[in-house]
Design a protein. Structure first.
Length: 514
């Protein structure tokens, strides 16, 4: 194929993909900060890996492969799943599959294998979905806090941990989201992949090298927290939180790199050395003359791929799949009297509301004549757009020190309701000597859901069938004064839910709204 034809195909694909994934790529680049700040480097790494294989690519013929239409079609299908389901990660994977499929269509399987590692590196620039990012962040915060306290205590200092808060006596260290270790974990995984790629060793050694980056990142972050606590006592809290807090990130990363290089040296000493790779066989001059970055033969298969992408782009921009469904009545009108329960409305700080990105909420404490209390929190979203998700109590509460016990879904019987029972999440929470019982669930367009994966599926399905993505989170918490009073708290929360639920349903849009 002539060189100008190659550039023509590339330009056509670029225009269609830019039209199709413009908002997706804009959001992707915007996420390349904080924990994903390394994302700007990945495109350059991918280009270098392809450039490094330029000789092998020139020596192999390019052939049209209809098999490449399979990942292109799969990518188009995932595009609709991500677009309607409101999840950017699905859109990222969709774009990646389409790019890989187009390379397969135009280059053929042999050339695709040559650049396979470059294609594998592309997904490392994709941020995690919000609900998964929140879960991983909280989990890493708790581990880093626990290991950091252990290291501080091993150094002979007194330290006490409550969730992700470390009390040193003379100061308090809070392992916030930025210190969870994610900004070490992902770059180290990428670094481990690159080192393994250039590491001339057995496959199992390279796998061990990559897998070791996970515990190494957690250990390094915990060490950073411990050093901060030690320096705060030896010098001053200002010294620990000033220059060292910023410099320690680079120091810990270089320490991790040194550990990985040492690990490579040790692995290289184990067993036999990997024999040098045999040189590639030279192809004939006739074949070399026919090679290019474009396909050889009929353009029918590339035209099918281009037509599929163009049709997807046109439909996605010609049809409106989302509409914002406002709440039936604002929560400012929600009654503060429910039977023998009397409520006091509360408000949340603006910075918290900005993080939650909700459209309306109810936050109140209800007390009955016996002095029993129930805390109510309802968050409503008119639309669950791409990149956003409801913040589940399973990810928010453990970060503030609460330990979930006996957590799981349960069936709640309801009297005087059209439904005889309702499935909710139930958890018994502990923090120091404080105990709480919590119910929470997700009203979603006439459904009651209990986990994030159900949320994602039904957001996609209802966006397709109902053109709606609105939904809510409901969380009810009541104190447990003593461990043997769990049954009393259960009965109290049950009674309140029966009175609260019918009123709540008058405020949330039902399945036929919109």
């Amino acid at each position: 194929m002539k060189k100008h034809s190659v550039w023509l195909w590339a330009m056509l694909y670029a225009v269609v993909l830019a039209f199709l994934y413009r908002s997706t790529l804009t959001y992707l680049v915007a996420r390349w900060d904080g924990d994903y700040g390394y994302g700007f480097l990945i495109p350059f790494i991918v280009l270098y890996l392809v450039w490094d294989k330029r000789k092998e690519l020139r020596e192999l013929p390019s052939r049209v492969s209809p098999v490449g239409l399979i990942p292109v079609a799969a990518g188009a299908a995932l595009f609709w799943l991500g677009e309607l389901g409101g999840e950017y990660l699905t859109l990222y994977i969709s774009l990646w599959l389409i790019l890989a499929g187009l390379c397969w269509v135009h280059l053929g399987w042999r050339k695709l294998r040559v650049i396979s590692f470059a294609l594998i590196m592309i997904p490392t620039m994709f941020p995690l979905p919000s609900f998964l990012h929140n879960k991983v962040t909280v989990y890493l915060q708790l581990i880093a806090s626990k290991w950091g306290v252990g290291m501080i205590q091993a150094a002979g200092m007194t330290a006490y941990r409550e969730g992700n808060v470390i009390d040193l006596g003379f100061m308090v260290l809070q392992v916030v989201e930025a210190c969870s270790g994610l900004r070490y974990l992902f770059p180290l995984i990428v670094l481990g992949l690159l080192l393994a790629y250039f590491f001339r060793a057995s496959l199992w050694k390279r796998i061990v090298l990559v897998l070791s980056t996970v515990p190494l990142a957690i250990f390094s972050n915990s060490l950073r927290i411990a050093i901060t606590g030690v320096l705060a006592e030896l010098w001053s809290p200002e010294a620990a939180e000033g220059f060292f807090h910023g410099f320690s990130g680079w120091f810990i990363f270089m320490f991790s790199l040194a550990v990985l290089l040492l690990e490579m040296w040790v692995l290289g000493k184990i067993g036999r050395r990997e024999p040098p790779r045999a040189p590639e066989k030279k192809v004939s001059a006739e074949v070399s003359e026919r090679t290019s970055l474009g396909p050889v033969g009929t353009p029918l298969i590339p035209l099918l791929a281009l037509g599929l992408l163009a049709a997807t782009a046109v439909i996605s921009h010609a049809v409106e799949f989302r509409e914002r469904v406002p709440i039936v009545r604002p929560f400012t009108m929600f009654p503060m009297t429910l039977g023998d329960w009397y409520g006091t409305r509360m408000s949340m700080e603006p910075k918290i509301l900005e993080q939650l990105d909700l459209h309306d909420y109810l936050f109140a404490d209800y007390v009955n004549s016996r002095g029993e209390t129930v805390n109510v929190y309802v968050a409503y979203y008119e639309t669950q757009r791409k990149g956003e998700s409801i913040h589940s109590p399973e990810t928010c509460l453990p970060g503030s020190g609460w330990l979930f016990r006996e957590a799981g879904a349960t069936r709640l019987p309801l009297q005087g309701s059209k439904d005889s029972s309702m499935k909710v999440n139930r958890a018994f929470m502990e923090k120091m000597n404080t105990r709480r019982l919590v119910y929470f669930w997700f009203p979603q367009r006439g459904r009651i859901l209990t986990n994030a994966y159900q949320l994602k599926w039904y957001v996609f399905w209802d966006a397709l069938t109902l053109q709606r993505t609105d939904g809510a989170l409901v969380r009810l918490i009541t104190p447990v004064m003593d461990a043997d009073q769990v049954s009393a708290a259960e009965e109290r929360l049950h009674r309140f839910t029966e009175q609260f639920l019918p009123v709540l349903n008058e405020f949330l849009p039902g399945r036929d709204a919109g």
